[in-house]
Design a protein around this ligand. Structure first.
Ligand code: DP6
Length: 357
């Protein structure tokens, strides 16, 4: 039996201008543009192996070793159908190409970090899936074109297709053709910037991003103000701060955006709480550090969970680590509040390996 097999890894990304809301839930078209930093895949990443063979009678998928039924996962179905259609179009244009579009697809994916705990597992997972599919089916797609397929799996996944600093333009079209990721600056642009991830809890989150953001869009007045009056200007300011490697501006915008995102969650009816007491204590410590004479030294941001991501210039990281260990001494011993430290020299693009026949 001939099997084509490819394994790839893809890193997580952490937004500094948050995506929170869809105008089309099937195509995953957002209500606002967003921007993130893709972390190093030496740390948090998804790893996916895809095998295709004419003898495979159905498509199958295993996540962290457990088989998940594909037909009940519409997003997965859409990603596979999109990639297969693309391959089929190529094959009908060039009849000499092997008919891989008719072969069954087996997917095995795993994360080296807690799944669905607000650490962007769906972002790296779907980016990795789509990137690996494109390799195994030999689809000649640009990163921006690939981001469109990753978006069909999970909105934030479109940004993990690229390394460095990545924007996701919300677009205007109903078919989503202009809702694409773009690279603001490559991974080599700001090597002095690092990210520290504090895993406050690795429990699965109570309200998923998907359902939480729709309730926010439907019920929060604050979020309408955010979409119309805050995000467009913030995207411009954030891109300029990144281009200029202006850490104090980057940090202030990042913290303000995290604060406003969680404020819209509180303004949701019924309210959604992602941050917990430990998360708020982290905010207080970073705020206190930033009030010292040396000025802004670190920026916190929280996604749909209690875990903190701290961005800081490399030189401040050792002191930040000491301060976190000092202020949260018991955290490592409590089952629900493990504190783990990773320093991530940010960046990197998905990588492919081991193409076999
Ligand atoms: C808070 O991309 O997980 O991390 O598109 O429904 O899969 P779906 O949502 P998802 O939401 C991410 C929300 C966020 C902010 C962000 O990454 O921009």
């Amino acid at each position: 039996m001939t099997i084509r097999q490819v394994t790839c890894t893809a890193p997580v990304n952490i937004a500094v201008v948050k995506y929170w809301g869809k105008r089309d839930s099937d195509l995953i078209l957002p209500t606002n543009s967003s921007l993130s930093v893709t972390l190093s895949q030496d740390d948090l990443h998804s790893r996916t192996t895809i095998s295709i063979a004419s003898q495979f009678t159905s498509d199958r998928m295993w996540l962290n070793g457990i088989e998940c039924p594909i037909p009940t996962n519409q997003r997965l179905v859409n990603c596979l159908a999109g990639a297969r259609q693309q391959r089929q179009d190529m094959e009908s244009r060039n009849p000499r190409l092997p008919k891989w579009s008719t072969w069954g697809i087996h997917i095995a994916s795993e994360n080296n970090f807690p799944t669905a705990a607000g650490l962007a597992s769906s972002a790296s997972g779907y980016a990795c899936l789509v990137f690996t599919l494109a390799q195994v089916l030999e689809l000649p797609l640009t990163p921006s074109e690939l981001s469109r397929y990753a978006r069909l799996g999970s909105g934030s996944a479109c940004r993990s297709i690229m390394g460095g600093f990545v924007g996701w333009e919300m677009g205007q079209r109903a078919d989503g053709a202009d809702s694409l990721a773009y690279q603001v600056a490559p991974e080599t642009h700001w090597p002095d910037l690092e990210a520290l991830i504090l895993v406050v809890s690795d429990a699965k989150k109570g309200t998923s991003s998907t359902s939480g953001m729709q309730t926010t869009v439907n019920t929060s007045d604050l979020t309408q103000h955010r979409f119309a009056n805050v995000v467009p200007e913030r995207m411009r300011q954030m891109e300029a701060a990144i281009q200029a490697k202006d850490f104090p501006t980057f940090a202030e915008l990042t913290m303000r955006d995290s604060n406003q995102f969680h404020a819209t969650c509180l303004d949701t009816y019924p309210p959604i709480f992602y941050m917990n007491d430990t998360s708020r204590a982290v905010v207080n410590v970073i705020t206190a550090i930033n009030r010292l004479d040396a000025g802004i030294q670190a920026a916190y941001t929280f996604d749909a969970g209690p875990n903190a991501v701290i961005y800081a210039p490399k030189a401040h990281m050792p002191r930040l680590l000491l301060l976190m260990a000092y202020f949260f001494p018991g955290a490592a011993s409590s089952a629900d509040q493990t504190f783990e430290y990773f320093t991530n020299p940010y960046n990197a693009v998905p990588k492919g390996a081991a193409l076999g026949k």
